[in-house]
Ligand binder design. Sequence first.
Ligand code: 13P
Length: 250
Amino acid sequence: MTAARRPLVAGNWKMNKTGVEAREYIARLRAHLGETALPADVAICPPFTALEATARAASGSPIRVLAQAVHEAAKGAHTGEISAAMITAAGADGCLVGHSERRAAGETDDQVAARVRAALDAGLQVILCCGESLEQREAGETESWLTGQLTSALAGVRPDEVGAFAIAYEPIWAIGTGRTATPEIAQAACAHVRAVASATLDGDVLRVLYGGSVTPETAGDLMAQPDIDGSLVGGASLDPDAFAAIVRAS
Ligand code: 13P
């Protein structure tokens, strides 16, 4: 990261934790992080059913709460989906959009773009996710793939929205595999993400995160890279001790 950009460390709980578990976790994380100034902005992304409990437990703390997904429609016949207004009403501050696990379940580039727009229109913070598969990386297609994902997702984003926006580079081969990208690989990809996004958003302000098997042990070297401004943490964020250590390493 550079001194100009404040790091952002977000924990994506995926399909883990109930509301009761979320309350216990947030109490522990608050105790860990204390009342002193933190080295990074901190966010937790609980499942929809724990959003409200997490937001209540985090109230009055620096911990922000983000949903893991959002639907582009304001309301209607979309079984199992959740609108931007519902996220706000639950007390949350934003959402992830375009996580690879959602894309693998059928979320398209067009939906990602529409969902980014709907979230920003509702005043939500957005962490847009992108990343290539192992096959794409081995075929030398990483940069062109990221360019395509970002160009599509950013088509409707305005330059003045950079403050509400972050992009997480999450190579699919590093997610949940224990195979963290090396700092060099992550840096190169995050620099490319920043370059592509700079066509729309001020690249000096935009926060670009790395995600994929981040642990307390790997966080420091990743965060030391000039184009990595934080992390999106899956498995290691389920333990408040480990997540707090990653925040401290940022
Ligand atoms: P892991 O940290 O478990 O690899 O998950 C990364 C991720 O997908 C965060 O969104």
